[in-house]
Design a protein around this ligand. Structure first.
Ligand SMILES: [Fe+2]
Length: 237
């Protein structure tokens, strides 16, 4: 199970790394649980569109290698007229050596952008109509320039570069080398994601399985709510 102490520590590192990369976060990134417990319906968009901190080990029990720490800045919600945004944006902490399981999205189209100072490496694989990895080649666009690559091969993004991933593209990406900021011997990249609406409860297909919102082990006090944990709006007086 993913430990709360691991989540707290990873959010603290993300706050430090984002700051050192001059990536400034909105106020709700810093709201304490006590502040959240006082919030009314004015913050419903944050709750309902699952904005904010998102830390997961995908149920694999090996956070150091298979995990993710993300902050969702904006998002819409399918089939909910209150949240008509058709776009989403995230920041992702990319510790060297950690990646999400290989996965693809059923409907989300996403641009992965290198927002840090290290390199971001992506491994990209085509999928067949049943959602299984396929051979052959696939078409990607890096900052508007299309490229045909062999399925299963890697692409490296330098700071500022981005790649557009179409739905159905199996992908994994991670920070690697370059001038990524180092804390306690670990080098950190930062990626951004700009995409169509993100529905992490149903749009992800993990190759080899995965639980996007795994069970947590409460071994220390929660420092921040995760995006799936917000309390219901406090009763408005
Ligand atoms: Fe993805």
């Amino acid at each position: 199970m993913l430990k709360r102490s691991t989540i707290n520590q990873s959010i603290r590192i993300a706050l430090e790394i984002f700051k050192r990369n001059q990536l400034h976060l909105p106020a709700f990134a810093f709201w304490s649980t006590a502040q959240w417990d006082q919030r009314g319906h004015d913050a419903d968009e944050i709750r309902d569109c699952m904005l904010g901190w998102d830390v997961t080990d995908f149920g694999w029990g090996d956070f150091e290698h298979i995990g993710r720490t993300l902050f969702t800045l904006r998002n819409g919600k399918h089939h909910d007229a209150r949240y008509p945004k058709s776009y989403a944006e995230k920041l992702i902490l990319d510790p060297e050596g950690q990646r999400a399981p290989a996965h693809f999205h059923r409907s989300k189209r996403e641009d992965i952008i290198n927002r840090g100072t290290g390199f971001i490496v992506l491994e990209l694989t085509a999928s067949d109509p049943e959602g299984n990895p396929a051979g052959g080649s696939l078409q990607v666009a890096i900052d508007g320039v299309s490229r045909t690559i062999r399925s299963g091969s890697r692409v490296q993004l330098s700071p500022g570069e981005s790649i557009c991933l179409a739905p159905g593209t199996i992908h994994q990406f991670w920070g690697e080398g370059g001038n990524g900021i180092v804390i306690d011997g670990i080098r950190y990249g930062v990626s951004g994601e700009v995409s169509s609406v993100c529905d992490d409860r149903s749009d992800n297909v993990f190759i080899g399985g995965g639980n996007r919102f795994p069970e947590l082990l409460e071994d220390e006090e929660r420092a921040f709510y995760l995006c799936q944990e917000y309390p219901a709006a406090a009763e408005l007086k």
